[in-house]
Design a protein around this ligand. Sequence first.
Ligand code: ADP
Length: 478
Amino acid sequence: MKNERRTVIPIKMIFKIILFPIVLVKLCNQTLKEKTEYSIRLKLSLRYLKILLTTSLVSGIGVILVFTGIKIQAGVAQDYLGLAPLLNKGRIENAEIKAYSREHLIPIQVYDFNNGLIFASETDLLEQTGPSQIVPVWTKDQFFLPVKKTVLSSGTLITVVLYSDIKGELLEAYQLGRIIFYVFSVALLFSVWAVILSGRGIFQSIGEMTQTVRDISERNLNLRLNVSGSKNELRELALTFNEMMNRIEDQYNKQKQFVSDASHELRTPIAVIQGYAVMLDRWGKDNREVLRESIEAIKNESENMNGLIDKLLFLARHDNNTFVFQKEEFSLTEMLQEIGKETQIIDTIHKINLEIEKEISVYADRNMLKQAVRIFIDNAIKYTPPGGAVSISLDIKEKSTEISIRDSGIGMTKAELEKIFDRFYRSDQSRTKDKGGHGLGLAIAKTIILGHKGKIRVRSKVGEGSEFILILDRIQHA
Ligand code: ADP
């Protein structure tokens, strides 16, 4: 032992060796995070692997540390066990200690209470560890761990330092570390493979979804995402997307239909005007009757077109959300009486009944509401044969105000009732009888009433008549 070179091992160094892999993982992760832009799949895989690696490292190091600690403690206790009877006699015999040291190959140093060396079994060990600083010593074949014991010898306190060789324990720890490393490496390889495979299914469907979304255009708005397969968040996303596409497609088709219907409606008055213009050109200069009839027809048709364009503009502005209601509080009673009287003056072929007694106010856009009520009254008159009755009534309920427009007219079938609020819808009967409408009146009235958060209830029976009830919020005064 005398000829061997011994090295002092600082404890800090051991910690550095243990912490190195952890710091390395952290550093790698930081650098990768900062410098590279990943795909979600790669990011997720790396995150899982990081968790796996950290857990493996921590648990591996933990097992090795606990195992080594227990082993070292047992080894040191064993070394001390033999020496204990010699130290606990009350007087320490250097010869006995020296003999014990030689027999068990355990270097021992004894110091007095002033830290002065009394005895050292191996003097060359003093070069590395001695009175000034007692530290672990490492040689090629041994690793000495100093263990201090303070005992009483001939009435004075002395310190005995026993250098326990823990090289065997460290070797065992190293072997265990190697086994753990191999087992964990295989497990890690398997995990990498499993993580890569696990992401494949999900990301494959994301790829397919992206492709489908890319393919959706104005021409094939009917394309939808595939929602078959597992029930996970992606399916939820696909379902929501499909629902959104259904709404967009529906809206798009409606818009297309609206434009085509509007063009069609505008074509008729233009054709009429053109026809009369040709007639005027040919015979109008000489024939006063043709002149009068043509001017009358052109006036009527242009008026009709004007009305139609106003209606189209209203609906278009409402669709674009550029329409704003000018709401105020006003007397509904007064407004309905006004419309009722006007109707009685204009229409003399029907019996117009007004049941508007109670004074009721509402908070609404007066002009718009008036327009809506007019639409219902005009229809009631239009679809009620001469001599029939049209009744306008106003009532107040617990939470609502109700305007009713009832007629004794032609009524509607159940199938017609379902469509009357659609834009450009006119029942076959009203088309053939040429009542002059465009099928936009009820669509506009509905927009106005719903815009006031109101409701429309319809009751109708063919041959008996119809009733439209407009339900509006009652003003709640504090
Ligand atoms: P129109 O300008 O054709 O009257 P509307 O949108 O106002 O357009 O009405 C749509 C259709 O609803 C009408 O064509 C008609 O068939 C039916 N309708 C509306 N009101 C009544 C009513 N009071 N009695 C019978 N049918 C009605």
